[in-house]
Design a protein around this ligand. Structure first.
Ligand SMILES: Nc1nc2c(ncn2[C@@H]2O[C@H](COP(=O)(O)OP(=O)(O)OP(=O)(O)O)[C@@H](O)[C@H]2O)c(=O)[nH]1
Ligand SMILES: [Mg+2]
Length: 247
């Protein structure tokens, strides 16, 4: 009997433990202004807090022009590395990052896609059923921002509007002066508002805002999945024997 139990999961690292809703980058373009989880979320999680929850997962897909820094962003977050050399992504790649949010295990499956046109048809097959779409552009090459709308259209071919959280992320912040960055951000925030996206500026090279960004992504996806689960089956949820619910 004892042998059939799955081995216990190693604890998540301290910087993947999220107790409160991480803050937005700018109130000018954010998905939620509030700084706490929805009231029902901590309560629901606490009810099951001592249970061994089934692992919950959200799918996040990173898209955007070639060379904007999608792979670098994902590698900085998942492996804490940065490579100056450019190696184009072929098709797609993915990483899984484990979090503990409000005491509950939650994972982010991060799909890193190729920006090169010739790989687009392979990559777009992986957009489906994404809870999160991250459109990356290069702050030092504003042409890549102009293509963000097209990337959103591509994502909408595979997903219903409103079924995913949308983030617009300006990369390579380290390459710009403060004034140049502010100017680029003004343009990006305007577009983020039109697209109903949350805006972030990051640098994979220095690591600036990378953890904060992905923590925010994971926490908002988690909150939505708990609220949806509660909405869908409040009754089932309450009937589950302790230890078998999600939250
Ligand atoms: N200075 C600086 N360079 C960066 C940053 N992020 C990425 N780069 C560089 O930009 C180049 C492209 O980065 P990638 O992460 O490979 O770009 P990508 O978007 O994944 O490209 P594709 O896979 O072809 O779509 C590489 O030479 C990186 O070293 C950053 O934050 N700062
Ligand atoms: Mg890449």
């Amino acid at each position: 009997m004892k042998d059939s139990l799955p081995p216990p999961r190693p604890p998540v690292s301290a910087d993947r433990v999220i107790a409160n809703l991480p803050k937005f980058y700018t109130p000018a373009a954010c998905l939620q202004l509030k700084e706490r989880f929805h009231g029902q979320v901590p309560a629901a999680c606490q009810r099951r807090s001592r249970a061994t929850f089934g692992l919950r997962l959200a799918k996040a897909v990173v898209i955007g022009d070639l060379h904007v820094g999608k792979t670098s962003l994902v590698h900085r977050f998942c492996k804490n590395v940065f490579d100056h050399n450019y190696k184009a992504t072929i098709g797609v790649d993915f990483e899984i990052e484990r979090f503990e949010i409000a005491g509950v295990p939650f994972s982010l499956q991060i799909w890193d896609t190729a920006g090169q046109e010739k790989f687009k048809c392979i990559a777009s097959a992986y957009y489906r059923k994404a809870q999160v779409i991250i459109i990356a552009f290069d702050l030092s090459d504003m042409q890549t921002l102009e293509h963000a709308r097209q990337w959103l259209e591509d994502a909408l071919k595979e997903n219903e509007p409103g079924s995913f959280f949308l983030y617009l992320v300006g990369t390579k912040k380290d390459l710009l002066s403060r004034a140049a960055c502010e100017q680029a951000e003004r343009q990006a925030v305007r577009l983020a508002n039109e697209m109903l996206a949350e805006y972030w500026s990051v640098s994979a090279k220095t690591g600036e805002n990378v953890k904060a960004f992905f923590s925010r992504v994971a926490a908002l996806a988690f909150e939505r999945s708990v609220l949806l689960a509660l909405e869908r089956s409040e009754a089932d949820w309450d009937e589950l024997p302790s230890g078998q619910g999600c939250c």
